[in-house]
Design a protein. Structure first.
Length: 268
């Protein structure tokens, strides 16, 4: 994918995303209000944008949208029921070369969580090798999968138990390249919980026997609701009122749009 196509794709995705629509309403409403002071259109757009801000910031919408994706596959806790495998595939998120930082700070939060889950399963299920999958994120740097492998080595995984797949650039290519490394054998597929719906769809399309292992689960945590009105208000605020909702909404939108796009391309 050329840089111009990638930028255009990302721009269109952002414009039609929840936060993108909110920002456009606020921006257009402000400009309209300044240039046409007598018109009611500007204030109405501003009000619509402000309403969306409040809904995104202080409602369960983000947790509901992201939670629906994250509940698609149950966490891999009961390992006794897992079929015999010899490969654990960990899909990449993002990483970059920053020699002045420890390796744990060079990978994204999402990638770090997936690696931690892959390492947990590797230690709990002897006999498996770990495949890290992900290509170059920044031109001129090594593949993200290589940075992931470096981190696992520093955490005690022998280099001979690691396989680096550094060609792929997206979820479909991740699984396409992994296909040659796992063949028809069952393997554990570790990815962010909300990404697994699309990843598992691709795996099934390619005829792979993937066992989903969700990581970076952000909406399934539960807090016991206290008694009394004040306690319930604090409980609601702690769970649902957060600027982090904007990131959750954008991620959920990206996954729903990506799943639809893959359906149109017949990749799932």
């Amino acid at each position: 994918m050329t840089d111009s196509v990638y930028i255009a794709k990302r721009l269109l995705e952002w414009v039609f995303s929840p936060v993108g629509i909110m920002v456009l309403l606020l921006a257009v409403g402000f400009l309209w209000s300044v240039t046409r002071r007598q018109s009611r259109g500007g204030p109405r757009l501003l009000a619509a944008g402000a309403l969306l801000f409040l809904v995104y910031y202080a409602s369960p919408l983000a947790n509901v949208m992201l939670g629906k994706l994250e509940r698609e596959h149950a966490p891999l806790v009961n390992l006794a029921s897992v079929p015999k495998t010899d490969r654990i595939v960990v899909l990449a998120g993002y990483a970059e070369e920053q020699p002045h930082l420890p390796i744990t700070s060079r990978v994204s939060e999402q990638t770090l969580a997936s690696l931690a889950e892959g390492l947990r399963l590797y230690r709990a299920l002897p006999g498996n090798k770990i495949i890290t999958s992900g290509g170059v994120a920044i031109e001129g740097e090594k593949p993200v999968a290589a940075a992931m492998a470096d981190l696992l080595v520093e955490l005690g995984v022998p280099r001979e138990d690691l396989v680096v797949e550094g060609k792929s650039e997206n979820t479909y290519e991740n699984l396409f390249e992994v296909q040659a490394l796992v063949g028809g054998r069952p393997f554990i597929l570790v990815a962010s919980a909300c990404d697994l719906r699309r990843a598992m769809g691709v795996a099934r399309k390619l005829g792979l026997h993937a066992i989903p292992a969700p990581a970076y689960i952000r909406t399934l945590q539960r807090w016991k609701a206290p008694q009394g009105l004040g306690g319930r208000v604090r409980h609601y605020a702690r769970r649902h009122v957060s600027l982090g909702n904007f990131a959750k909404l954008q991620w959920a939108h990206h996954e729903y749009a990506g799943y639809l796009w893959y359906r149109l391309l017949d990749r799932i």
